[in-house]
Design a binder for this molecule. Structure first.
Ligand code: GDP
Ligand code: IMO
Ligand code: MG
Length: 421
């Protein structure tokens, strides 16, 4: 069977840490969408590592890691990341597999991402500029190059043809960028990519499932960044929700069992777009500072706000979340009064659904207040030891979402997690 761990908000919920924590219970960890726009932070023996392309199971010796067909792959990022994990003693050549159907991010995709954002001006998405959108556009536009194409003699001529197409688009944008150094790096990196274990991902994973192996699909970004169900157009270019596991790995829906939804105890967003519970005040600043809320990929300050149960409820619905994992609860340890958004006031009327275009309507969040627990919870190991006020906060979220919060993460460390079952 396949279990899934994915983000329920706008990304950076702490998926990397959670996948690393669960990894010993699984045989295969597979990324099914997204690319190097992701930044998943892990602490391995106290050392901080940020993974962009490699699945977060790589630090466990007996875990197989798969980059699935639904991912878009930057060979240069992968190469650098492999060097990093190798320096920490990981034999990535043994445990890392890549689907031959995975699409490649080309240097011109990155240039196109930049050109597109510049052209949007004030309406820019706030993309990570890693070439994600243009690479997925070439997939759906049926132009893209895939990892399996590397084995084809015509790869370079296919590349040149596509590059020419991209150059015309860049000319249309009136955008100039010298990509020659990116190209040099790209061709070096794809030479190395050819040496990886490139497999037919769908047979690979289904054989594992048939053998009774346990598979964990690792989501990137978050449900509110899903290209269909997120706050479009301020979204990423892939299906970040559980349905993406089927198309991004080639597994049938019946194979999916547990869907673990990861949510912070509050909420953050990086990049542009609507964020009803955003705090543009001292409290927002305090959460950002306490939670070190700066992007793991771009270093940009993350926008911070209260937890939004209307959006979370929506995310639970579209993902079929079976269990919630609440992270960064310790960041709220010192706050006197906490707020939970349990409704949206739109045109004077209280609603409990996510509107078609969040950015086109005035949303006034409706809040319920809670007393803060004012206790350092970072070394607590058992649910019973958590402060009563914190349990009240979590119980309310449980009740509202009708999905149990089964794990409470109380620090960035591998072992800082409390089981609430
Ligand atoms: P991801 O993209 O979902 O994997 O999340 P990121 O790695 O981008 O951001 C989450 C940040 O929070 C990282 O710096 C983690 O080390 C950190 N983190 C994760 N869980 C916790 C937690 O429970 N408490 C604290 N204080 N930090 C956490
Ligand atoms: P992880 O996996 C947070 C955001 C960008 C931007 C929008 C589109 O670490 O949670 P893109 O580069 O995909 O074209 O950017 O999506 N974004 C993320 N925000 N965490 C991420 O990944 C993100 N990946 C993309 O900031 O607003
Ligand atoms: Mg991240």
């Amino acid at each position: 069977m396949v279990d899934v761990i994915l983000g329920l908000q706008w990304g950076d919920e702490g998926k990397g840490k959670i996948v690393d924590y669960f990894a010993p219970k699984y045989d295969v960890i597979a990324r099914f969408q997204g690319g190097p726009n992701a930044g998943h932070t892990l602490y391995v023996n106290g050392v901080k590592v940020v993974l962009h392309q490699i699945p977060s199971g790589i630090f466990h010796d007996n875990t197989t890691n798969l980059i699935g067909n639904g991912v878009v792959l930057d060979a240069v990022t992968l190469k650098n990341e492999c060097q990093k994990v190798a320096s920490m003693g990981v034999d990535y050549k043994k445990n890392l597999y890549i689907s031959e159907r995975t699409h490649l991010i080309l240097p011109t995709h990155r240039a196109l991402d930049k050109a597109s954002e510049l052209a949007k001006g004030n309406d820019k998405i706030g993309s990570t500029l890693k070439g994600i959108g243009p690479a997925y556009m070439d997939k759906t536009g049926r132009n893209g190059l895939r990892v399996g194409d590397l084995m084809d003699k015509s790869f370079t001529s296919q590349y040149i043809k596509l590059r020419l197409k991209h150059q015309r688009l860049l000319d249309n944008y009136n955008f100039q960028e010298d990509i020659s150094s990116w190209e040099d790096e790209f061709f070096e990196a794809i030479e190395e990519l050819r040496e990886f274990k490139i497999v037919n991902g769908e047979y690979f994973i289904n054989e594992k499932i048939q053998q009774g192996k346990k598979v964990l699909a690792e989501g990137a970004q978050g449900s509110m960044l899903d290209v269909d169900f997120g706050t479009f157009p301020f979204v990423t270019s892939s299906n970040t929700i559980s349905a993406g596991v089927c198309t991004g790995l080639g597994v049938a829906p019946q194979k999916i069992k547990e869907v673990f939804g990861v949510s912070k105890a509050y909420c953050t967003r990086v990049g542009s777009g609507p964020f009803p519970t955003e705090l543009n005040d001292e409290m927002g600043e305090l959460i950002r500072k306490t939670g070190s809320e700066f992007g793991a990929t771009t270093g940009r300050p993350r926008r911070c706000g209260w937890i939004d149960l209307v959006a979370l409820n929506f995310a639970c619905m579209i993902n079929g979340v079976t269990k919630i994992i609440m992270t960064k609860t310790d960041i709220l340890d010192n706050i006197d009064e906490l707020k939970v958004c349990n409704g949206y006031k739109i045109n004077g009327q209280e609603k409990n659904y996510v509107p078609f275009q969040m950015n086109k309507v005035e949303i006034e969040p409706v809040y319920k207040s809670f007393d803060g627990w004012k206790t350092d919870i970072t070394s607590i190991e058992k649910y019973d030891q958590l402060p009563g006020k914190m349990k009240e906060y979590v119980d309310y979220i449980n009740e509202y979402l009708k999905v149990p919060v089964t794990y409470i993460s109380n620090g960035p460390g591998r072992d800082q997690i409390v089981v609430a079952e």
